[in-house]
Every structure is written in C-alpha cells, then in structure tokens.
Write a protein that binds this ligand. Structure first.
Ligand SMILES: Nc1ncnc2c1ncn2[C@@H]1O[C@H](COP(=O)(O)OP(=O)(O)OP(=O)(O)O)[C@@H](O)[C@H]1O
Ligand SMILES: [Mg+2]
Length: 208
C-alpha cells in the first residue's frame, strides 16, 4: 500500500482540497483508495459522507481503525489529510505511515513564512534525509505566469524541493466539494484544464 500524507501546518493552505481530489483521481483509475482524516474538523470525512454512492468508491478510514494498523489495510492507496498545526507526536506518527508527503503552499508571504519552519523540520527527518520519504510541493491557488508564482518558486528553491505543479484558483474545486465530488468526477469540458495541472502530481505519486 502506498501512503501519502498531505500536510502543511498553515490553516487553509489547501490540504483537504488536495487530499479529496487525489483520492478522487486514484478512485477514478479503479484503484482501491482509503482516505484517513486526521483532522478533528473532519472536512474530508464530511466530504466522503456526502459523496454520491454511484461515484468511484473511496473508503473512509477512521482514526481508531488507523491506529490499529493502517498499513495492513487492504487498499492500494492511503491518503492522509492532516490538521492545521500538525507537529510533535502527531506529525511523527503520520511520518511513520507515509512514504510521500505533498505540501500545498499558497504564494503569499504569510503562507510561505508559516511553511518555512515546517519544511526545515521535515528536511531534518531521518527518513527524508535517507530518501525513504519524499516531499513534493504544490503551488496552490496560483497562476504559474505571475510574479507570485516566481516568488514562491524562489522561496522553495532554498529548500531544494520540487514544485510538482501549480493549481489555479477556481470555483470548480469549491463547487465539486459541495457535492462530495472531485474534479475527476466531472465532465471533461468543465475540468479539462485543471486535470492537465494535476497530471504531474499523479505521475509523481506513481513513481516508486
Ligand atoms: N485551487 C483552489 N481554488 C479555489 N479555491 C480553493 C483552491 N484550493 C482550496 N480552495 C478553497 O480554500 C479553502 C481552504 O482550502 P482547504 O479546506 O482545502 O484547506 P486546508 O488546508 O484543508 O484547511 P484547514 O487547515 O482548515 O484544514 C476552501 O474553501 C477551499 O475550497
Ligand atoms: Mg483541511
């Protein structure tokens, strides 16, 4: 099973949006996917609760089930959506399970400053240093051809971390979430442009 943690201690950075859409993308590929909501706000779990039954199934992994043994779960993929402020014991626990971490970062000075310490903490982790855990960044709510995108890229360059892709700011994410859907559940004429932006994320999670 491949476990992917979506994390950034900055609130509202786009973790749940990334987690639910990644789970939706993998489910659309007929993969067996579990979504584990580590956040007490239960945004991902609430999204799953309203997900229409006829859509590709995404299993909900409860904290209790997860605590027992998430790695023995029968899914091919486990997506972990984490809470704002993730640190300490909870972070250590999540890192033990995940072998890839996706970090959404918005191109604002506040978001970059709040993410900086977290990135430093991760880079000091043994599993990251020994290339057992991989980190990918997603520029969230950003147009790649803007000054904001260039500033974000320059900020991330100091950590030598790859920017997998930029996801644009669009109400498509908001509207899909209202209906328990991901972009991968929508007709292509609505989501085509965004699915292109998602492809590098899917290629990256597929890499060993
Ligand atoms: N690319 C996007 N375009 C437009 N809106 C977006 C995009 N990404 C996220 N949002 C919106 O931004 C808000 C915050 O996103 P989200 O809930 O995914 O962040 P989060 O990191 O999970 O927040 P929290 O820290 O509270 O768990 C939501 O209303 C979401 O719909
Ligand atoms: Mg969230």
């Amino acid at each position: 099973m491949k476990a992917i943690l979506i994390a950034n201690p900055k609130g509202g950075s786009g973790k749940t949006t990334l987690a639910t859409n990644l789970a939706g993308a993998l489910a659309a590929r007929k993969q067996k996917v579990s979504l584990w909501d580590l956040d007490r706000q239960h945004s991902s779990r609430n999204w799953l609760a309203i997900r229409p039954a006829e859509r590709p199934v995404i299993h909900s992994l409860d904290a209790k089930d997860g605590d027992e043994s998430p790695t023995s779960h029968s899914s091919n993929w486990l997506i972990l959506d984490s809470a704002a402020g993730l640190h300490g014991k909870n972070l250590a626990h999540a890192l033990k399970i995940a072998h890839k971490i996706i970090i959404p970062v918005q191109p604002s000075v506040f978001d970059m400053a709040a993410t900086s310490t977290f990135l430093q903490t991760l880079l000091e982790e043994k599993a990251v240093r020994k290339h057992k855990t991989f980190i990918g960044i997603v520029g969230m709510r950003v147009n790649p051809r803007t000054r904001a995108a260039a500033t974000l890229e320059a900020f991330l360059a100091q950590f030598k971390l790859p920017v997998l892709t930029y996801l644009r700011d669009t109400q498509i994410y908001v509207n899909a979430a209202f209906n328990g859907l991901s972009l991968f559940d929508l007709p292509e004429y609505l989501s085509g442009k965004d699915l292109e932006q998602w492809q590098p994320i899917l290629d990256w999670v597929d890499e060993d």
